[in-house]
Design a protein around this ligand. Structure first.
Ligand code: NIG
Ligand code: FE
Length: 437
């Protein structure tokens, strides 16, 4: 096994060393030439598979990757084999831990009335206009104590890990007052401390205009820009600022205002864009958004512009599935044009109550015609790009975080194939093992 760091200096194997052997397919996501940008086009199919693979992790990092036969002959491993935790994967598949780059975990209750109304034929927009939707989730979050929110988020993170996710972007956005947005971010940060994986918090104070600001959206935008963003930035509670830019939410001009405030406070930006209607992207690209998400509606010119950039288009087909839509974002159009795409769950109570990245991948394959290989790359390395963590996450390479998901299947394509069942057997989060079943 190549590239093991300084083994000669180690007297005993550190207690936190972990050695996975007999991996049927080890999906490293390594490419022939190293990439300094998100995967696009045919690169999305390059999974860097090692058959009968092995991975050695020490101190929460991957230190070497190769095949089992070579690894077992490695002098350092032979010497320390008794001291390291060895896991015989017995032909299972190992992938980089999924990076769920778009989730909304800070809410209290499911929206079952919305669910029933939609089944009866009402649309997402009609339900929102009639007092359901995002606004109907606000009161419970405003009234909730922070520890209760923290426990909700922690439970979600644990469920996610049991399905193979090791890194999560988590948004606020169901409080929509200064106090309750900061409380939501604090709950995310506190939950993150109790979870071995990695959490990236995002301020989504601009989710919708709350009803007390009805007809005065500009006043609310000022609160987002002048109170929420500065406070969240000062207290290091968020790494990104997100805006729901669409009909019934925030206008393009308001979104630009919020992006400007975010940048002024050193926060990077991302947006829910093109979910319900098309918005021209040109005015936003100067803010270099790390990701534009949903993107059901987009024009050809903007697709061409995106192909020249590292802004990731994050596709969330769970939302289309759960809203019962007949159409899905046109993943093939993006991929074939050279736009980098990621996949995420969009976990939230209104449009996508799933924590399962394998489910998102299955939908990507069946509904958006992505290949299983493209779905893996979109759910791992490109997810990492979508939250600016690609240097340390999203592939199985020496120096990166020991974030792994072991699936009890023989072929990686089964991860997207067996939809609705959880075949994740074990997850390793920054070197910490979580058993799934
Ligand atoms: O990503 N579109 C905006 N936000 C969420 C939905 C939130 C909700 O309905 O509670 C989404 O689909
Ligand atoms: Fe969302």
């Amino acid at each position: 096994m190549p590239q093991k760091p300084a083994p000669a200096k180690r007297k005993a194997a550190p207690r936190d060393s972990l050695f996975l052997t007999n991996v049927g397919q080890l999906l490293t996501l390594r490419t022939a030439s190293p990439k300094s940008s998100p995967r696009r086009g045919s690169d999305l199919n390059e999974l860097g598979i090692i058959n009968d693979g092995a991975v050695l992790c020490i101190g929460g990092k991957i230190v070497s990757v190769g095949n089992t036969k070579d690894a077992l002959h490695d002098p350092w491993i032979r010497k320390h084999r008794k001291q390291i935790t060895e896991i015989d994967c017995a032909g299972k598949v190992v992938v980089p831990g999924f990076v769920d780059s778009h989730t909304h975990p800070v809410f209290v209750s499911p929206r079952l009335v919305d669910f029933e109304k939609r089944i009866e034929g009402a649309s997402y927009e009609q339900i929102a206009a009639a007092g359901g939707g995002i606004r109907s989730s606000l009161e419970a979050v405003r009234n909730a104590a922070r520890p209760a929110l923290k426990m909700k988020v922690l439970g979600v993170l644990q469920d996610m890990a049991a399905h193979g996710t090791t890194t999560v972007e988590a948004k606020s956005g169901y409080g929509l007052t200064l106090e309750s947005e900061l409380k939501s971010l604090e709950a995310i940060c506190e939950a993150a401390l109790g979870w071995p994986g990695t959490v990236v918090p995002t301020l989504l104070g601009a989710h919708v205009v709350p009803k007390e600001f009805h007809g005065r959206s500009q006043k609310y935008v000022e609160i987002v820009c002048k109170e929420m963003i500065p406070r969240a930035a000062r207290r290091n509670l968020a790494q990104f600022v997100d805006v729901f830019c669409d009909e019934g939410a925030f206008a393009p001009e308001e979104t630009q205002q919020i992006f400007s405030a975010a940048q002024a406070h050193g926060l990077s930006v991302r947006a829910h864009m093109g979910q319900l209607s098309e918005t021209a992207l040109a005015p936003f690209l100067r803010f270099d958004p790390v990701s534009l998400d949903h993107m059901d509606h987009v024009n050809d010119d903007d697709v061409r512009q995106l192909a020249k950039r590292n802004t990731v288009v994050t596709l969330v087909p769970g939302a289309n599935y759960f809203l019962g839509l007949k159409t899905y974002p046109d993943a093939r159009r993006f991929i074939d044009a050279g736009v980098p795409v990621a996949l995420a769950t969009d976990y939230n109570p209104g449009t996508s109550p799933t924590i399962s990245m394998p489910m998102a991948m299955s939908l990507a394959c069946t509904q958006m015609k992505m290949s299983p290989a493209e779905a893996i790359a979109a759910a791992t390395i490109n997810g990492a790009w979508a939250i600016r963590l690609a240097e340390g996450k999203g592939s199985i390479e020496p120096g990166k975080a020991a974030d792994l998901a072991v699936f009890d299947v023989e072929d990686y394509r089964e991860i997207a194939y067996w939809y609705g069942a959880n075949h994740c057997w074990m997850t390793v989060l920054n070197g910490v093992i979580a058993t799934c079943q």
